[in-house]
Ligand binder design. Structure first.
Ligand SMILES: O=C(O)CCC(=O)C(=O)O
Ligand SMILES: [Fe+2]
Length: 368
């Protein structure tokens, strides 16, 4: 049954808290080909790699997706745990709080996920990766609508961005064809309120401060699009600084960011920036925290390397960028995704080196 018991946010994000400003990009203008708006998008993607996106046009499926998450996280363990994502490098499925590490010290993450793969949603009832709890199947139309519309919006952003870096039109779309097996997925995230079912407290970080709820990371794919319910906790580490900064939740605005594979395809013209989730600032730290993300990621089979043979601009950037020179040779987009998912699982941890091996473009040179 749809829940009507909760209104979000339950308390407000503090108005006076210093936050990192993000450019606001109007999707309606991008879709209409407005060159000034495309300039703003290009600037956001080449600098911080994060921006707000408004007017994306499918606001009505966001609450039903949260409701799917709520129904899923309310299932008893014997119904939920058979759908756990497992330790082999698959992201699709359920992830309980505490299944991932958040740092080299081995602290545990404190959020649960339900991840539904784009390939499974669009092929339903055929199975491409795996099956899902009944709470997902019963709402598959909602999930499919969210996946399709999010994918279309991010494909449109890719289309206007690729031209700016000298790629022939359709180059990035060809790496994300419907039907090709990929890591693209939707994700509902819940950090439970203190004391509620599913709650686990953050550990103690390497610096003695509380550890993160989701550890510092770059995203694995091309672009990510995040919706909240008014609760803070997302932070970015702007390049060249050492001070984490909050992102202010803005009603009606998604937060989008560039991921590793777009950074790599572009020869690092586009920046995949480090971010993390911490308990929201008081008074929101006493609330549950919900977020909803769509990640567009390339088909597994494609090589993960700068598209230098298709753009002189990319070639010249890649030649001069140490991170691009240090990329693992002969890796595919699927290898990148599986390594990162697999090695952040607590069950696969051997020691601090496992955390380092699970990293993406956070380090120069990259972990191989
Ligand atoms: O929940 C959030 O605000 C961010 C989640 C995130 O960074 C991720 O799932 O990759
Ligand atoms: Fe992320």
């Amino acid at each position: 049954m749809p829940s009507v018991d909760l209104q979000y946010p339950r308390t407000d994000f503090p108005a006076d808290l210093e936050c990192h400003p993000l450019l606001v990009v109007d999707f309606a203008k991008i879709a209409a080909g407005d060159e000034q708006e495309i300039d703003a998008l290009y600037s956001a993607c080449t600098n911080l790699g994060f921006f707000y996106l408004k007017n994306f046009g499918f606001e009505e499926v966001i609450e039903p997706m949260f409701e799917m998450g709520k129904a899923t996280f309310s299932l008893p363990d014997d119904e939920l745990m058979p759908f756990e994502q497992g330790d082999s490098g698959m992201s699709a499925g359920y992830k309980k709080a505490g299944a991932n590490n958040v740092d080299a010290k081995g602290n545990l993450d404190t959020v649960q996920f339900i991840n539904v793969s784009k390939d499974d949603a669009l092929a339903y009832p055929e199975v491409r990766h795996r099956t899902y709890p009944r709470t997902v199947n019963e709402r598959i139309k909602t999930v499919t609508s969210f996946v399709r519309q999010s994918d279309n919006v991010l494909q449109k952003l890719m289309e206007v961005l690729e031209v700016r870096i000298g790629l022939p039109k359709g180059t990035l779309a060809a790496l994300h064809k419907v039907g090709d097996i990929s890591g693209s997925e939707s994700r509902v995230i819940l950090k439970s309120a203190p004391g509620a079912r599913g709650y686990i407290p953050e550990g103690v970080g390497e610096d003695g401060n509380p550890a993160a709820a989701i550890g510092a990371h770059t995203d694995f794919g091309v672009l990510s699009m995040l919706h909240g319910r008014g609760c803070g906790g997302l932070q970015v580490l702007p390049p060249g600084t050492s001070k984490w900064q909050h992102i202010r939740p803005l009603p009606g605005h998604a937060v989008c960011n560039v991921g590793d594979t777009l950074s790599v395809f572009s020869g690092n013209i586009f920046k995949s920036n480090i971010h993390r989730v911490v308990p929201p600032p008081p008074p929101q730290d006493q609330d549950e925290r919900w977020s909803l993300v769509y990640f567009i990621r390339p088909a597994f089979a494609h090589p993960l390397r700068p598209l230098s043979d298709q753009s002189d601009l990319i070639a010249s950037h890649a030649e001069n960028d140490p991170a691009m020179q240090a990329l693992p040779k002969d890796a595919t987009a699927g290898d990148w995704y599986k390594r990162r998912i697999k090695l952040q699982r607590v069950a696969n941890r051997k020691g601090p080196e496992t955390w380092a091996q699970s990293r993406g473009t956070e380090h120069t040179p990259l972990a191989t």
